[in-house]
Design a protein around this ligand. Sequence first.
Ligand SMILES: Cc1ncc(COP(=O)(O)O)c(C=O)c1O
Length: 409
Amino acid sequence: MAKLAINGGEKVRTKPMGVAWPIYDDREAEALTEVLRSGKWGSTSGSKVREFESAFAEFCNAKHALCLTNGTAALEVALRAAGVGPGDEVIVPPYTFIATASAVVMVGGIPVFVDIEPGTMNIDPAQIEPAITERTKAIIAVHIGGRPADMDGVMDVAKKHDLKVIEDACQAHGASWRNQPVGSVGDAGAFSFQSSKNINSGEGGAVVTNDGDFYLRCYSLVNVGRIPEGEWYQHEYLGSNYRMTEFQGAILPIQMSRWEEQQKRREENAAHLDSLLAEIDGISPLDDDPRVTRNAYHLYIFRYHSDRFNGKPKSRFLQALSAEGIGASGGYTPLHTSGMFQRLSKRLQEIGFYGGPAIDYAAVELPATQNACDNEACWFPQSRLLGPKEDMDDIAKAIKKIRESCEEL
Ligand SMILES: Cc1ncc(COP(=O)(O)O)c(C=O)c1O
């Protein structure tokens, strides 16, 4: 008789897991109605976005925060404000959402991908220096899944080569590196408030920085070239319109007020799950690092080792887990292998742009990223960590069952 549910055995879990996301109540409804009735729907007439910016800057321990349409725009604006333009190279990890690297292309720059650390899935600082050329302007450090990247390593190499550091903190609200909230460790941080994010307004984003001039450049880029005390038709710089609406500005403080309590629950459940998974031969949680003083757990990422599961690929393991009633994602594919970057390399070669082998994306080999994508990385969303502790027990139970019956896989 088959034991595994994928082969007709009994499921470990029959009811749904985690909690419905987003979480909201009458407070959001009242705040939205207030904005509606005020007639002040845009941030140029209302005060909600400006108020949230102050609160979010404080949350990030940064001097300035500027809200805008989304995290993708936050990256583009931060890159432009950092002086990245046509032909400039920006070092990025390939294990991230497309916007980290496509934002570089959108401002005319060239992403140069460097590999990740296998145990954290974040950019490997040791790989950065060999990728630097005379065209390198900046590094984007992504805090993947909300776990801070090695900011000591990134900042050291950036200082040595006089490069700007932009943190892609789109998944990392409230995470901290050596007790410093992410986003304010480098020159600037980009955040997303898109629907799935731990602080969310459907769509939305923010740039945070401690540098007043950088903030002013971002302000103009977001506000069609205006300056803070300028006239309505006074356009001093080139900019676009990336402004957030007051509806988003009204919801965000309420979402943020729930964050601490939700975050404690995520941390408790993640710690419990870490300890349960550590006992299963063939599964490992991400590496511990005492410098990570807070992980935002936008994703709970763990590593699958197929050699301990009868050599079966990750895809088969995930199917088996899903059959047990526990959905999980296999995560990203390496960004440099995506159609967009393959086409970009071809185009750059056609126009005779010499960028060296680093931008012949078809030839780039990044084994740790490839291995994470193809073989190891498995994810649960943050809302899974908001369920009861027993949900974690069921996750571990299902994985253990698959491991113990892996000859059936
Ligand atoms: C790592 C990372 N960077 C950038 C973004 C882009 O944010 P948005 O979807 O708000 O444009 C996201 C959002 O999914 C992300 O996860």
